[in-house]
Design a protein around this ligand. Structure first.
Ligand code: Z5A
Length: 222
């Protein structure tokens, strides 16, 4: 039986990695096998492309080229990590996925929708998330969290953007959540990580019923 596919989305520092990790622990405690992954990256080939994108080396080539590079990374990630894990019956949790392209390259950088959708069709195909959790936080708070974590290290390509850019991202994510209510759920990411994790668990439990997953998956028998 195919596993379930959950993605976390949201702005910089909204807590995606933290919540992906906490949800994985909770699912494992229910006996489920879980693959935690991320974008850009999540497979050896895609991690190489991640480095190119986040260093800012591709920025002068324009948002279309960046969109194509994110798509190339996603193709490798879906092929080598996500589909095999789902086929093994694992629950896959990805820290960012296709909505990041829709929002960063589509809504904000104004890359033509036809290109975004064409790339999505090519790279993702039928491997769509069962559930997308969008962590919602004022951009200034997310950037402050990311800044505190980074310390003296350099900012990456996207962290270096203006506060206005990050506020527009937040709005674009909120709009996405409103447009696709069957797949996307917006969660307030302002409370403590433990409180946000409780809200995430409520949604996952209500939508995907992990406690009801078939016994052969829970016991880890393939
Ligand atoms: N991008 C794109 O443009 N197009 C695409 O298709 C894709 C991506 C896939 C990837 O950056 C960049 O690529 C991203 C979009 C672009 N750019 N931005 N911005 P990344 O992977 O390096 O970074 P990120 O995805 O933005 O994540 P992040 O900065 O690592 O943040 P996070 O995962 O959402 O947050 P966190 O690491 O869980 O938490 C950040 C800090 O806050 C940390 O110290 C935590 O301990 C703390 N934290 C977490 N939760 C809380 C709560 N609830 N309260 C207080 N403190 C908390």
């Amino acid at each position: 039986m195919r596993g379930r596919f959950i993605t976390f989305e949201g702005g910089e520092g909204s807590g995606k990695s933290t919540q992906a990790r906490m949800l994985a622990e909770r699912l494992r405690a229910h006996g489920l096998r879980v693959c935690v992954t991320r974008e850009p990256g999540g497979s050896p080939g895609a991690e190489v492309i991640r480095h190119v994108l986040l260093s800012g080396a591709a920025e002068p080539l324009g948002p279309e080229t960046e969109a194509v590079l994110f798509a190339a990374a996603r193709d490798d990630h879906v092929t080598h990590t996500i589909r095999p894990a789902l086929a093994r019956g694992e629950w896959v949790i990805s820290d960012r996925f296709l909505d990041s392209t829709r929002v960063y390259q589509g809504a904000i950088a104004q890359v033509d929708r036809r290109l975004i959708h064409g790339l999505e069709k090519l790279t993702v195909g039928e491997t769509r998330p069962d559930l997308t959790i969008i962590l919602d936080l004022p951009a200034a708070d997310g950037l402050a969290r990311a800044h505190a974590r980074r310390g003296d290290a350099d900012v990456d390509r996207f962290e270096a953007e203006t506060l206005d850019f990050h506020e527009r991202l937040r709005e674009a994510y909120r709009q996405l959540a409103a447009e696709e209510p069957d797949r996307c759920v917006l969660i307030d990411a302002s409370p403590s990580a433990a409180d946000v994790a409780r809200a995430v668990w409520d949604v996952v439990n209500r939508r995907l019923e992990p406690a009801m997953a078939p016994l052969h998956v829970q016991s880890g028998v393939r």
